[in-house]
Write a protein that binds this ligand. Structure first.
Ligand code: PLP
Length: 470
């Protein structure tokens, strides 16, 4: 019997095993604190019992977030759990590791003036990309306000230009900071932001353009260089100097290794800041993110709080205060452990699996690829016949019965009628697992084609099903 259903908390024989056959009179309450405590093993068992109802993280093809790390990394994280990142005086070495990680990323993303010999990067760690995007957006907003005030112009109506495919954190940013979101709609064959689409929506009130590397919807990279060139033309013709923030939540840790000659980072002069999730393709367990600015001038001084430690000057810029040091230590561990070569091999292995899967799925017949995993190791596909006897939502549910978590969802404006399945391939999703997934996909597709279940209606605009995470 599970302890939540048990009747009593036994007195004196709490260490009797097996736990499930004890006579009990008091239930373990779910929503209030129990009057008496229990032995650690009992508490462990109760909580574990609850958690076995969760999905299996390794079969989760929905999330971008790391689901496997080496035992040594886990050990390091456990050792650092009690260190508070914000106590930079007490844990100066953890703060130093954060600084080194920022320098490594600035270097990787070609920030000017950052060489491995002379680190001078401006950036910080965060809880994830959402917070990092918030900080990047705030820097754009503060800088725009300063420019407007210096010009004696109104700073009352800021706007931010981005594709309708941006992750929800950008809509949050706009709502929290009262910035008008200017979302460039998608169209058949145009699944992310383009240069002309962005430039057409910019004006003197545009604080910046967000370019995503790569899109949460389908894993495709937005063309940062082309967007920048279009903004150069805009500046020439209409005088608006619009900076770019690159949301590299996933791509920031993929493009440098898999597409090193693609210019999407600080090599593009208009790029003011970049964020990435350490806990996605940075290969660290959640939650850690990073944001790096081109140089100190891209981050307004009045957003930065300075903390003195070890005679140095540690600028801090964050929305929260306390946070464990484990993830930062684990990020640094990964940088040392894998090096450039190691990261390249890990990301290449994920991409090989993604492209293998996408080519097999394309050849099955009922599916059409929207992307193939050649940007991020992520791809999306849809049914060739969306009016057929089953939907991608049916398929997602059938696959869930076998333990696979694959999200089905509709695209944003103007493609709300397009329903797709997305697959995120991460470190730990082997070719063997991919083959097992393909077998199940084939079987479930055949079953659905032969015995279509009751039709599942498309959900209202903006809603998602099938565990669409992030
Ligand atoms: C492009 C993009 N930006 C931001 C985020 C938010 O990232 P995080 O979960 O690290 O807060 C995501 C998450 O998937 C994303 O894909």
């Amino acid at each position: 019997m599970a302890l939540h259903e048990a009747k009593s908390e036994p007195e004196g024989d709490l260490d009797v095993n097996p736990l499930y056959v004890r006579l009990e009179e008091v239930p373990v309450p779910r929503h209030s604190m129990p009057r008496l405590g229990m032995l650690p093993d009992t508490a462990l068992q109760v909580v574990r019992d609850e958690l076995i109802l969760d999905g299996n993280a390794r079969l989760n093809l929905a999330t971008f977030v790391t689901t496997w790390m080496e035992p040594q990394a886990k050990q390091l994280m456990a050792e650092c759990l009690d260190k508070n990142m914000i106590d930079k005086d007490e844990y100066p070495q953890t703060a130093e590791l954060e600084r080194r990680c920022v320098n490594i990323l600035a270097n990787l993303w070609h920030a000017p003036g950052t060489t491995s010999a002379m680190p001078a990067a401006t950036g910080c760690s965060t809880t994830g990309s959402s917070e990092a995007c918030m900080l990047g957006g705030m820097a754009l907003l503060w800088r725009w306000r300063a420019r407007r005030r210096a010009a004696g112009a109104s700073a009352a109506a800021p706007n931010l230009v981005m594709g309708a495919n941006v992750q929800v954190c950008w809509e949050k940013f706009c709502r929290y900071w009262q910035v008008e979101p200017r979302l460039v709609p998608m169209a058949e064959g145009r699944l992310h932001l383009t240069g002309p689409g962005a430039a057409a929506r910019c004006d003197e009130n545009t604080i910046g353009v967000v370019a995503v590397m790569g899109s949460t919807m389908d894993g495709s990279y937005e063309p940062v260089r082309l967007i920048s060139e279009e903004l150069d033309r805009l500046q020439k013709s209409r005088g608006h100097d619009v900076p770019i923030h690159v949301d590299g939540a996933s791509g920031g840790f993929v493009a440098p290794f898999l597409q090193p000659s693609l210019e999407w980072d600080f090599r593009v002069p208009r790029v003011a800041s970049i964020n990435a999730s350490g806990h996605k393709y940075g290969l660290v367990y959640p939650g850690v993110g990073w944001v790096v600015w081109r140089d100190a001038s891209a981050l307004p001084d009045d957003l930065v709080f300075r903390v003195n430690y070890l005679g140095g000057d540690m600028p801090t810029f964050a929305l929260n205060f306390s946070r464990p040091g484990s993830q930062v230590a684990a990020q640094y561990y990964n940088f040392l452990r894998l090096g450039f070569e190691g990261y390249s091999r890990v990301q290449q292995a994920s991409q090989d699996v993604a492209m293998h899967l996408s080519s097999k799925i394309a050849a099955m017949g009922p599916f059409e690829l929207l992307t193939d995993g050649s940007d991020l190791p992520v791809f999306a596909f849809r049914l060739r016949d969306p009016a057929g006897t089953y939907t991608v939502f049916d398929l997602s549910e059938r696959l869930r019965e076998r333990g696979w978590l694959v999200p089905a969802y509709t695209f944003p404006a103007d493609l709300q009628d397009m329903a797709v399945i997305r697959i995120v391939v991460r470190n730990g999703f082997s070719m063997d697992l991919a083959e097992a997934f393909l077998d199940d996909l084939r079987t479930q597709t055949e079953v659905l084609a032969a015995h279509p279940g009751p039709p599942v209606p498309l959900l209202p605009e903006g809603s998602q099903r099938g565990g669409f995470a992030h």
